[in-house]
Design a protein around this ligand. Structure first.
Ligand code: CO
Length: 141
């Protein structure tokens, strides 16, 4: 069964947004930089589902482009799946367009892909098996 893993919100300034979201949610976030995606993140764990604030690093971050086009707001919803590869095959067969040909590295070093928003009514979905790249490689041996 697929579950919602996290909901990600694009923000201009992590420092400013952390103040608001920490007041709103009543918990402290964990901070992480995801170099491959050129973002800084603040993750609030809300009993299984996380709320993730994402701030771009530099002008060539995909989040910079998003903020310029749409402003701050919902960026993506992440679904946790049992097997990333199996889900990718299953969705492709159903005609759902996956942006990434092969998985890339997301938060916590896990393998992720994104589904094209044109397949899902304008919402960007991330798929994440929770498996780290390293674990997955070891499992493949
Ligand atoms: Co995400």
């Amino acid at each position: 069964m697929k579950q919602i893993d996290h909901i990600a919100i694009a923000v201009n300034s992590l420092e400013e947004s952390i103040k608001v979201y920490t007041s709103l949610l009543g918990v402290e976030p964990e901070l992480e930089t995801i170099t491959a995606e050129k973002v800084n993140t603040a993750v609030y764990d809300l009993d299984g589902v996380s709320l993730e604030l994402i701030e771009p690093i530099g002008d060539d971050s995909p989040i910079t482009k998003f903020l310029q086009k749409k402003g701050e707001g919902l960026h993506h919803v992440c679904l946790k799946v049992d097997s990333l590869e199996e889900t990718m095959t299953e969705l492709k067969e159903k005609g759902i367009d996956i942006i990434d040909e092969t998985p890339k590295i997301g938060a916590g070093g896990t393998k992720i892909v994104f589904i094209h928003p044109k397949s899902t009514g304008g919402v960007l979905f991330e798929l994440n098996s929770g498996l780290k790249k390293k674990d997955a490689d070891e499992n493949a041996d």
